[in-house]
Design a protein around this ligand. Structure first.
Ligand SMILES: Cc1cc2nc3c(=O)[nH]c(=O)nc-3n(C[C@H](O)[C@H](O)[C@H](O)COP(=O)(O)OP(=O)(O)OC[C@H]3O[C@@H](n4cnc5c(N)ncnc54)[C@H](O)[C@@H]3O)c2cc1C
Length: 332
């Protein structure tokens, strides 16, 4: 009997117990979906999840066919139950480092120094939203300070919208949300009027969007509801929902450490992947918001599924090739 990290080992060593065919880092929609396919394909799979999914601030998840309106927490709890049925293990922990060994397999270090080994590694770590530093915005995010009309537009339809500009690209957001309300005010905040193109101004006018210059100092909240947007000069504009564009910070540190090629986008650096989610590093996969900014929950789940199925095929054929090579060597 040996003991390590508070666990006791009998016949099996620590290393044997913690060797998996696949380790999935991240237990959101993407990671759990990959794990479900892999578990059902009888692959020894571990999910390492820090438990901070991106949509935590929202009480409801919209737009996932058959799960529209479900709470994000209940959705993921159901996913965790489903993967457990197929023997997939899940640990509440954080992967802090990963290296690829001489055999092209992965050693993943968790907090506290624990390590797990995997033949294939799926990075499904999502992204972090960095909100503009305007008082009240972070506190109301996911409630009446919103980023995505597809996630929340229907729920606030026909209300008085504000859009807090963080760059000239916010014009696009202001135009988009007019599909959900005709009462839209674009607060230029730190964007100068001269930064808007003639096309921007013509489209904003055609869509009936009011453009208000001047720095935004905060949001006004009464009885736990957003009621207005306050400018630095003290004027208050009555508004019921405020759209913002957080800066996306993809959690790509493990991918970077492992040498995956990244591509720069206006929304952060994401791995170069093929249609299945394979990065430029053999055996290293990415799914969900770790692989692209625009992935909603249903797309993330789909990406995870596709990666999981592809990995199963890769493992199967790699093992068959090893057997064929060994048999050929035996005959020779
Ligand atoms: C406020 C808000 C509301 C939203 N509403 C909707 C909606 O209604 N409908 C919709 O379709 N989409 C919505 N989205 C988008 C949705 O959140 C994402 O599409 C979805 O969460 C992406 O899934 P994912 O699995 O890629 O990442 P996530 O759900 O973010 O999961 C990633 C997981 O990986 C874990 N993790 C990260 N790094 C590590 C590490 N190093 N080690 C271990 N674990 C790690 C995280 O803790 C997290 O649990 C919303 C987003 C926000 C911000």
């Amino acid at each position: 009997m040996t003991e390590k990290y508070g666990e006791t080992y009998g016949d099996e060593t620590y290393e044997e117990k913690h060797a998996y065919e696949v380790v999935v880092v991240g237990g959101g929609a993407a990671g759990l979906s990959a794990a479900l396919v892999l578990g059902r394909a009888r692959r020894r799979t571990l999910v390492v999840d820090a438990g901070e999914p991106r949509n935590t601030p929202s009480a409801h998840m919209q737009g996932f066919l058959s799960r529209d309106g479900m709470s994000p927490a209940a959705f993921l709890a159901t996913g965790r139950e489903e993967i457990a049925r197929y023997g997939v293990e899940l640990v509440r922990d954080r992967a802090v480092d990963a290296v690829r060994d001489a055999a092209g397999e992965f050693d993943v270090t968790l907090t506290g120094g624990r390590a797990v080994h995997a033949r294939h590694l799926v990075v499904a770590t999502g992204l972090k939203d960095e909100l503009p530093a305007v008082p009240g915005v972070a506190e109301r995010f996911g409630r009446d300070v919103l980023h995505c009309p597809y996630c929340h537009g229907w729920e606030v339809r026909d209300q008085a919208f504000g859009v807090l500009a963080t760059s000239p690209l916010s014009v696009h957001q202001a135009l988009m949300v007019t599909q959900w309300s005709k009462d839209v005010t674009l607060f230029l905040h730190q964007v100068g009027e001269v930064e808007l193109s003639d096309d921007d101004l013509r489209r904003l006018a055609a869509a009936g969007v009011e453009v208000v210059p001047g720095e935004v100092a905060g949001v006004v909240v009464e009885a736990d509801r957003l009621t207005g947007v306050r400018l630095a000069d003290g004027t208050v504009h009555a508004r019921e929902a405020l759209f913002v564009a957080p800066r996306a910070l993809p959690r790509n540190d493990l991918l970077l450490r492992l040498g995956a090629e990244l591509r720069e986008t206006p929304f952060g650096a994401y791995p170069v992947i093929d249609e299945r989610g394979l990065t430029t590093v053999p055996g290293l996969w990415a799914a969900g918001n770790a692989s692209g900014f625009a992935e909603q929950v249903i797309n993330s789940a789909s990406r995870g599924y596709r990666a999981g199925a592809a990995i199963n095929g890769e493992l199967l054929f790699a093992d068959l090739d090893t057997t064929v090579t060994a048999q050929s060597a035996g005959r020779g």
